[in-house]
Design a protein around this ligand. Structure first.
Ligand SMILES: C=C(O[C@@H]1C=C(C(=O)O)C=C[C@H]1O)C(=O)O
Length: 105
């Protein structure tokens, strides 16, 4: 029996799945940033530092294990998480600045 599916159809199918996955990634990232912004507001309110390196180390170790189990490159998973965390910390610093500006006016 021959495979009736053309390469163009296979490519189109795969790209449809990729587009769905990208949409899910955006939704998941938006939800993560919604939570981290709430953490930033809490930290600013109670004078806690924007970054928590000990927590980050635990997250990275956990994510590397999950990546290995999922056959994803753990170095890539670590770089990806660090990229996101860096952006989160930038948000936390901005929230802290805004709340100290408004406390001083
Ligand atoms: C969200 C937090 O703030 C920072 C951002 C983190 C993250 O994006 O996962 C983790 C630790 C902190 O450096 C937190 O402390 O939980």
């Amino acid at each position: 029996m021959t495979d009736q599916t053309s390469p163009a159809d296979t490519l189109q199918d795969l790209r449809r799945s990729i587009d769905n996955i990208d949409a899910a990634l955006v939704a998941i990232l938006a939800e993560r940033f919604r939570c981290t912004k709430a953490v930033g507001a809490l930290k600013a309110r109670y004078g806690m530092p924007p970054a928590d390196p000990a927590r980050e180390s635990r997250q990275i170790a956990r994510l590397r294990t999950l990546a290995e189990e999922a056959h994803l490159d753990p170095d890539f998973a670590e770089k990806f998480l660090n990229f996101i965390i860096h952006e989160v910390i930038r948000h936390h610093e901005a929230i802290a600045r805004q709340s100290s500006d408004s406390a001083n006016t």
